[in-house]
Design a protein around this ligand. Structure first.
Ligand code: ZN
Length: 256
């Protein structure tokens, strides 16, 4: 990657779920476009820094790329859970994680969303479109967290979405009515748009590449609020474990 990336231009940025792609131009004899992609996971973050800042910030800097404006793109990853990919599409398309990503949750249509949830109900055991199918009767929260179903739904988004849609996280997919699936779809879009508009959630020391902070953490309705009052009914929010993940919900607004 070190030699190959030299001289290429960043043409475009894109995102599928939690993966950020930098599209890099061909240069000279290297006639094929390539992509550099990052998944920040639990502790990773990207930063654009000046030369003097880079020299100080050597700790946990796993990737450093010099830019032509005298700045550096740095991928910090103290816990080493993050992932970076580099290569042309044929290489990336073979990657086990990238090639199983579902449609991006922000972009997915109602028809596709509903189809995947119906697939999860076990009514079409072999989806004719080859969509990944879930076993019937699993908890809606666990289903929504699977990146091969919809890419980009994490623990914050799922708890917020279920709170807005008034659906219990343990509710079985095959018990969701059409009305509830529709409510879930609308809530998901609302939560993702709110989160993006507020710059996401700055937890621990996560910052934007320009060092700005997100503000969504100040606007959570469910996530991280167990023991506090529900904004809708004033009852105390509960915490439990669903699919191995800490889960906050209102047992009054979100009944099974
Ligand atoms: Zn409530």
């Amino acid at each position: 990657m070190q030699k190959d990336i030299f001289g290429r231009k960043i043409k475009q940025l894109s995102r599928i779920g939690k993966v950020l792609f930098l599209h890099l131009s061909p240069v000279g004899k290297r006639k094929i476009s390539v992509k550099l992609a990052f998944h920040q996971r639990m502790s990773g973050r990207l930063a654009v820094l000046d030369r003097n800042e880079v020299e100080k910030a050597t700790k946990h800097a796993r990737i450093r790329i010099g830019l032509d404006n005298n700045k550096f793109l740095v991928f910090f990853d103290p816990r080493k859970f993050g992932v970076a990919w580099y290569g042309h599409d044929k290489v990336l398309n073979k990657d086990k994680y990238l090639n199983t990503l579902g449609p991006d949750a922000l972009a997915v249509s109602w028809q596709e969303f509903n189809k995947r949830l119906e697939g999860g109900r076990g009514t079409h055991s072999m989806g004719s479109t080859g969509s990944p199918q879930a076993s019937s009767g699993q908890a809606i929260k666990s289903f929504l967290l699977k990146q091969n179903i919809f890419a980009g739904i994490g623990n914050i988004v799922v708890d917020e979405t279920l709170w807005f849609a008034k659906i219990h996280p343990q509710k079985k997919i095959n018990h969701l009515s059409l009305k509830q699936r529709r409510a879930l779809f609308l809530a998901l879009k609302k939560v993702l748009k709110r989160s993006i508009a507020m710059g996401g959630s700055s937890m621990r020391d996560w910052l934007h590449p320009d060092q700005g902070r997100g503000e969504y953490q100040d606007n959570w309705r469910a996530y991280g609020r167990s023991g506090q009052k529900c904004y809708r009914c004033s009852r105390i929010l509960k915490k439990s474990i669903v699919g191995g993940r800490g889960t906050t919900y209102c047992s009054f607004c979100q009944r099974v």
